[in-house]
Design a protein around this ligand. Sequence first.
Ligand code: PLP
Length: 468
Amino acid sequence: PLPPQTGTTAQAAAAAHQTNGTTKPTSVLHANLNSPPPKIVSAQGNYLTTSTGTQIFDATGGAAVSCLGHNHPHVKKAIIDQLDTVEYTYSPFFTTDTSEKLAERLTKSTDGQMSKAFIVSSGSEAIEAALKLARQYFVEKGEPQRTRFIAREQSYHGNTLGALGVGGHKARRKIYEPLLNENVSFVSPPYPYRGMRDGESEEAYAQRLGEELEAEFQRVGPGNVCAFVAETMSGLTLGAVPPPKTYLSTMKSICTKHGALLILDEVMSGMGRTGTLHAWTQDSVVPHLQTVAKGLGAGYQPIGALLVHRDVVDVLSKGTGSFVHSQTYQGHPVACAAACAVQEVVEREGLMENVRALAPVLEKLLRERLGGHKNVGNIRGRGFMWGIELVADKPTKTPFPASKKLAATIHATGLRPEYGISLLPGGGVADGIDGDVIMLAPAYNITREDVEVIVERTARVVEGVLGG
Ligand code: PLP
């Protein structure tokens, strides 16, 4: 999901020339139109192999997707079994065992708080469905004036127009502004490294952000707000920032006070990425609408879902009884079979326990190996979602200029044979704002030795680009 205007594509293209040794024209509309990225010819476990034989440790599962690593036999078998049974049905006409099974698994995993799952094919589609369902909920409740959404600056919710409309990522929005929903406004995201004042507690910081949200409700008219939209844990565009203590409960209480909905986007942070199946359970804040995607199908099939709180479901059930929205590939049986199998593996192999056990090891090794580096300003994260923020000057937290494209350069350098690691570039620089973050989002089934490999290779790439 990297925007075409970042340097990543140019850097990746350069790496492609280096690793593939080819400039063969391509008919694929790649991120960089004139030059393809390296070609992957096989993938096994944590490793990707390029067409020139370079072995790359996939430390981010693409964009925090491949949470079981590659080529998992149980998931592959489930896909083939489903193809042998029923490969496709149109969900308004027919249901299938696998879509029923997946929805039941998802709702049960929330202790029944979320009582229905609307299964789609991507994170963006899940967000689109969330925005539309929020709107329909208020129309059915007799509050059709609620048309406004409040979201957060430097956030990312997907690239389709509705999702982009609630995304506060300026670089991605810029040329599409005239097409985006004008009923959206933005408040500051929680970003302790740069947003918290000296001596301020996390709770006081959360309170201050709450006051900003309250002021925005008042500015647009509290009775006009449909929902507040936020990533439970900020992903790519801020760079793996967990919510400060009491932040989510403060935001939810403001929504509740004004009768608006809370939409939590867990497309990246959900389905186990932060150490629990749902990130909101760690802050004991239940959303009205929740989106999930990446870890749901672990990349074996394109799939996402909108989970709907029972109170919202009740209003629709007692109202028109139908959601005015559907998609051709909704509840796709093969995607559902893959997601069920992925979730079975997560459960059977105790992978949440593995993430929770190894997260402190990953954090400790990252801090030991990289914390003292002259350009590492901040290391933060939760579970298997970590961000390393790089700065030109540590005491003043001065970022490298966006024009340096540092995060993109580090990503491209990592792909070279002598480093062999795929890292996820993010942070403010992806928004045209100065600020570079390198993200790690490994598979949930890695071992302690893998953690050591990830940290060592990451450190070598950082040192290779910025010096020791
Ligand atoms: N929301 C968040 C938090 C994401 O990180 C992403 C993708 O990176 C999306 C939504 C969009 O998901 P997709 O790319 O599957 O449409």
